[in-house]
Design a protein around this ligand. Structure first.
Ligand SMILES: C[S@@+](CC[C@H](N)C(=O)[O-])C[C@H]1O[C@@H](n2cnc3c(N)ncnc32)[C@H](O)[C@@H]1O
Length: 304
């Protein structure tokens, strides 16, 4: 199949945008994509819709705090006060904090939390959701359920990052039938970071300051990220993500001083990343021992 991609060429020092090409192009800056988005493929797609751009502020008593409570109701937060949510939800797989929910109940729990996330995000605010798929018999495509539910809430999808955990995820021997086509199993060495925005694709820059370097921007805008997983023993949590994961999302999607939320914050990896990047944070977790660990990690950061 030929993909008709928008084309762009530099002519006499000026960038000339052409409409379409039967061939892919290596550089796509400044292309005119209106024909592509005018195609039937994009009919009925909500696209960039305005839902008001007013921003509220997080009440001072919740700035740089971690709350020990369920994020299904974030009553303490007004609408439209958070610039980015980065999180990894509980996977409902039998960890100490997991309930034994049916798939429908599990999706309902995540949907309740992500509906609250939608409410508290500013227009143009982003949500980055780290998830893995589960099982083999059959394989449960959790990431596709999360995408469907996020779209249903009203989020716009911006992309899907494949987190290649590399050698840190290669130790599993759950390959099914060894060297036989009888019943081999894939061993996932990746997870997903699903990226959504609320209402608008862009986040007004006005006087806000970016902090991302050129090298970070070139690397983080690629859809495959590679860095090792975090050790559960070292983190004191059964399913932590490395600080690198929220740090990249924060650098790419927020300005200095913006507000970052993690509705399932565990031992506070997102909060640590926010502090390192000069952003404010608010975390929620239902387990007091994780909240305590997160607070200890944060106070160590404050001292460095
Ligand atoms: C996958 S872990 C997040 C780990 C975190 N990213 C870190 O690096 O420490 C999910 C967390 O969600 C918490 N949790 C489960 N249900 C919750 C709820 N309704 N509200 C808030 N937190 C919840 C669990 O206690 C667990 O720590």
């Amino acid at each position: 199949m030929i993909i008709h991609a928008p084309d762009c060429r530099i002519v006499a020092g000026r960038r000339k945008t052409t409409e379409t090409s039967n061939f892919g192009v290596s550089k796509r800056e400044g292309h005119d994509s209106s024909k592509f988005y005018g195609r039937k493929l994009y009919y009925n797609n909500k696209g960039d819709v305005s839902i008001g751009s007013a921003e509220n502020t997080v009440p001072p008593e919740y700035v740089d705090r971690i709350l020990c409570k369920s994020s299904q109701k974030m009553n303490e937060l007004p609408d439209s006060c958070i610039h980015l949510a980065v999180t990894s939800p509980p996977y409902n797989v039998g960890k100490i904090y997991d309930q034994d929910l049916t798939l429908a109940e599990y999706r309902q729990l995540l949907k309740a939390v992500f509906s609250e996330v939608f409410r508290v995000l500013v227009t143009g605010g982003r949500a980055c959701v780290n998830v893995a798929n589960l099982g083999r018999k059959p394989y449960l495509p959790i990431h596709s359920y999360v995408i469907a539910d996020m779209l249903d809430i009203g989020f716009l999808m911006r992309g899907e990052i494949i987190w290649n955990k590399g050698s840190s995820a290669g130790a599993s021997t759950a390959w099914g039938s060894w060297q036989s086509a009888a019943n081999p199993s894939l061993r996932d060495t990746h997870e997903y970071i699903l990226v959504f925005s609320k209402g608008s694709f862009s986040h007004a820059a006005s006087t806000r300051q970016d902090t991302i370097s050129k090298e970070e921007f070139l690397s983080y805008t690629k859809s495959v990220w590679e860095f090792p997983a975090e050790s559960a023993t070292k983190a004191g949590h059964p399913a932590p993500f490395p600080v690198e994961l929220p740090y990249r999302c924060i650098q790419l999607y927020t300005f200095r001083g913006d507000f970052v939320l993690d509705p399932f914050c565990g031992v506070g990896s997102t909060c640590v990343a926010a502090l390192r990047a000069g952003r404010h944070f608010l975390g929620y977790d239902t387990k007091q021992e994780y909240v305590d660990s997160a607070l200890r990690r944060i106070s160590k950061e404050d001292m460095t």
